[in-house]
Design a binder for this molecule. Structure first.
Ligand SMILES: [Zn+2]
Length: 114
């Protein structure tokens, strides 16, 4: 179970959220000019990253706002939570993380998700 810190509501249980898939998938500039294969790749092809992955989430039982999250798909550690439309944060090796670890291991920080 994850403890996810909503940028608007603060730390909440994972059950209040819905996963929205890979973040930063841009809508094609000229969708009518795409081949069927290119359109299918836009619609259905997503990265299957083992490690840090940028995802979209929505706080469906709370503020109903979307946000992005950098999460490790192996350890489930949340590295960063940031707003829609913001660039993916760089995670330098050894850089401090601002995310919330797996629920129950430590208390959440109050400085994230601004
Ligand atoms: Zn919320």
């Amino acid at each position: 179970m994850l403890l996810i810190s909503c940028p608007n509501c603060g730390p909440r249980d994972e059950t209040e959220f819905h996963y929205g898939g890979q973040a930063h998938v841009a809508y094609p500039e000229s969708p009518n000019e795409l081949s069927d294969r290119e359109w299918a790749e836009y619609l259905f092809y997503r990265e299957n990253t083992k490690g840090t992955f940028a995802e979209r989430w929505v706080h469906s039982t709370g503020c109903r706002q979307w946000f992005n999250m950098l999460r490790d798909t192996v350890s489930y550690e949340i590295h960063s939570i940031y707003g829609m439309g913001q660039a993916r944060p760089d995670l330098a090796p050894g850089a401090p993380t601002t995310g919330v670890p797996i629920s129950g291991s430590t208390a959440p920080t109050s400085s994230e998700g601004v």
